[in-house]
Design a protein around this ligand. Structure first.
Ligand code: GDP
Ligand code: GDP
Length: 458
């Protein structure tokens, strides 16, 4: 990636259409209903031989609302500050509107490089709008048709020289430095670098505080949060350095009540959650302290376990808990009872609002990631196995004792072990579970899914 390009402009001018064209696949939340809106989205873009990051800003259908307009301004400012280049898009058929003027003003003052695009430029209906665009004081507009793919050559011609400049800059930058997160001998987590950040998903029920948490981590209000009905987000990701560790955080759709489209959004958000879990190395299940371990929370935590992800449970809104000690005790009991499959997973309390506990959350994430990457040497495993066999020999179904011969770690992320044995099909579930729990304890692997495979020897 050489540079980043943010597409900004008022709602409905065609930003997402261009974004999709540049990214080449339908990443967008496909929905025509007003009120279903997105937040900043990033994608890997191609245009000819150019490769860059494209950022799409929110399209807010209800932008006539004063406060939403204010929010949009703010979001545009963020995008401008974040991106190397801004593509400011207007609708040539509609001509220049007052809202366009407002955004153009921000860009004139703030942006490093602005490319002006008059979209929906196919056909003569756009002629006067293209002319009006000159009046914005942002240079010559590119006449685009995002929908029909016209004008992309002109876009390329404007981006090319800028791209060269950024390429030179990239060469001057220092090489990437790996962040060493290993502590134990047997741990060899993959190096975490800027181009391979630690991948995290924050999942949880609507209103658990996911956006607030991510905003707090980022130290700025990049995500749109607010009480307006109908504001929602697609699953999106942001990349940041959190305490010097490069991380990419997936935020799953935060839903706001909107009776009409509620059901549809819920479906969307479930699949978003799934997508985020699949993407993540560490899944942070964010609970609301006032209503912890609801059905939805349990489902997503179980899903994360089944997908083999490292899991951290974070209990949010801890600032409004009175009796913290009792509450914590209760939470731990509930956790053990309701999520036995995640035994030992870290449970931390946080306040996304005040930022309290975020250092603990960071430490828990790093630890979970380390354990998830854990590799135990074959020698250590077999020493351990013979000890286990002495202490608690395997059962003898129908009088024939199952012999466990040898064991090795077959995989990491999450850790998976193979035990060579006689009659693998007769191994009772309870003995496997016993082995898994002991492995977990003896090799200090809390909270990560552990896979154990029994294999017969031929
Ligand atoms: P955004 O909300 O600003 O991201 O705008 P969208 O990408 O959702 O586009 C808004 C509407 O304009 C959609 O119905 C698109 O199909 C339409 N649209 C986008 N680009 C063009 C174009 O080049 N020509 C025409 N005629 N319509 C377009
Ligand atoms: P999301 O739907 O999970 O993204 O939740 P939001 O981040 O939008 O938060 C939902 C509501 O909970 C908002 O009104 C937040 O201000 C509030 N909230 C979030 N975190 C905290 C917290 O740590 N303490 C308190 N008291 N309120 C919080």
């Amino acid at each position: 990636m050489t540079f980043s390009l943010a597409i900004v402009g008022r709602p409905n001018v065609g930003k997402s259409t261009l974004f999709n064209r540049l990214v080449g696949k339908r990443l967008a939340l496909v929905d025509d209903q007003p009120g279903v809106t997105r937040d900043l989205r990033e994608g890997a873009a191609r245009l000819g031989d150019l490769r860059f990051t494209v950022i799409d800003t929110a399209g807010l259908e209800e932008a006539t609302d004063e406060s939403l307009q204010g929010r949009m301004r703010k979001l545009t400012e963020r995008a401008v500050d974040m991106a190397d280049i801004c593509l400011f898009m207007i609708d040539a058929r509609a001509g220049v509107t007052p809202m366009d003027e407002v955004l153009a003003e921000i860009l004139r003052k703030r942006a490093k490089h602005v490319i002006l695009a008059a979209n929906k430029g196919e056909g003569s209906a756009a002629d006067s709008g293209v002319l009006e665009a000159y009046g914005l004081g942002l240079g010559e507009p590119i006449r685009l048709s995002a929908e029909h793919g016209e004008g992309l050559n002109d876009l390329y011609a404007q981006l090319m020289p800028l791209s060269d400049a950024y390429e030179e800059r990239a060469e001057e930058e220092a090489p990437e430095v790996d962040v060493d997160v290993g502590e134990e001998d047997d741990d060899s987590p993959r190096p975490i670098t800027k181009s391979k950040p630690l991948q995290i998903a924050v999942v949880g029920r609507p209103n658990a505080g996911k956006s607030t948490l991510i905003n707090q981590i980022m130290g700025e209000e990049r995500l749109l949060t607010g009480p307006e009905a109908g504001i929602t987000r697609d699953a999106i990701s942001v990349q940041i350095d959190w305490e010097d560790v490069p991380m990419r955080i997936f935020d799953t759709a935060g839903m706001r009540k909107k009776a009409k489209i509620q059901e549809k959004l819920e479906k969307l958000s479930v699949s978003d959650g799934l997508r985020a879990v699949k993407f993540a190395e560490v899944v942070v299940v964010l609970l609301d302290a006032a209503i912890p371990f609801e059905q939805q929370d349990l489902r997503i935590a179980d899903l994360a376990e089944r997908e083999g992800r490292a899991v951290v449970i974070a209990v949010n809104k801890w600032d409004i808990e009175d009796d913290k000690q009792d509450k914590l005790k209760m939470l731990r009991e509930e956790f053990t009872r309701l999520l036995p499959q995640l035994r030992g997973a870290p449970l931390v309390t946080v306040s996304a609002k005040t930022g309290k506990g975020l250092d603990r959350l960071h430490a828990a994430i790093m630890k979970a990631h380390r354990v998830w990457n854990r590799r135990v040497s074959t020698a250590a495993l077999n020493r351990w196995l013979s000890g286990m066999l002495e202490q608690h020999p395997p059962p003898a179904p129908q009088g024939k004792r199952i012999k466990l011969r040898y064991m090795t770690q077959a995989k990491t992320r999450p850790p998976g072990f193979v035990v060579m044995c006689s009659h693998p099909d007769k191994m009772p579930e309870s003995y496997s579970r016993y082995l898994v729990n002991s492995l977990r304890e003896d090799f200090d692997m809390p909270g990560t899914p552990i896979r154990l495979y029994m294999r017969g020897q031929s």
